[in-house]
Design a protein around this ligand. Structure first.
Ligand code: FES
Length: 175
């Protein structure tokens, strides 16, 4: 038979556990959405004009969001000067396996890391933007992130997974 003191101790202990669980739930929940949201990033591309580049930080890497105009897109032909002009060897989602390497011709999204040893490529945001250059060993990429033949890098800049969630809103989403 349980004496009164033991019974009281058990009741107090039970309430303490319930109270601790109650306090813990909001704390734990505050972490869960933060973790989930790290895999998604919405990028507002309204107001971007030809040559504009946004650099956004996502999953520990910089992603370049480039606005191109019709002329820049029309210059993106399959050329012998490129190492992988049709992006057959390079890394991109299926919808970006085309000469402009994107879902829509006017927007390019690529990771900023050179495919040689990972340095971040340089660029000057301007309407006449023609591509990117790696400062480490001078690999050059065109405005679709396609690498020039003879460069130290052999693959085109990597394209992340993304989708349009509005006419001017792009969502980066981990595969
Ligand atoms: Fe870019 Fe070597 S790291 S060319």
């Amino acid at each position: 038979m349980i004496d009164r003191r033991t019974l009281l101790a058990k009741i107090v202990g039970g309430f303490s556990i319930i109270a601790l669980a109650g306090f813990s739930v909001p704390f734990i929940r505050s972490w869960v959405p933060a973790f989930k949201n790290e895999t998604i990033l919405d990028v507002d591309v309204s107001g971007m004009v030809a040559g504009d580049i946004k650099v956004v930080r996502w999953l520990g890497r910089n992603v370049l969001v480039v606005r191109r105009d019709r002329t820049q897109v029309e210059q993106l032909i399959v050329s012998d000067a490129l190492n992988d002009p049709a992006s057959l060897l390079s890394h991109q989602p299926d919808y970006a396996a085309n000469t402009f390497r994107s879902r829509k011709p006017e927007h390019l999204l690529v990771y900023a890391n050179c495919t040689h040893l990972g340095c971040e490529v340089d660029f000057t945001a301007e309407a006449s933007l023609t591509g990117f250059r790696c400062p480490c060993h001078q690999s050059e990429y065109d405005i679709a992130g396609r690498v020039q033949k003879g460069a130290a890098a052999k693959l085109n800049l990597e394209v992340p997974e993304y989708e349009y969630i509005g006419r001017t809103m792009i969502r980066l989403r981990k595969g």
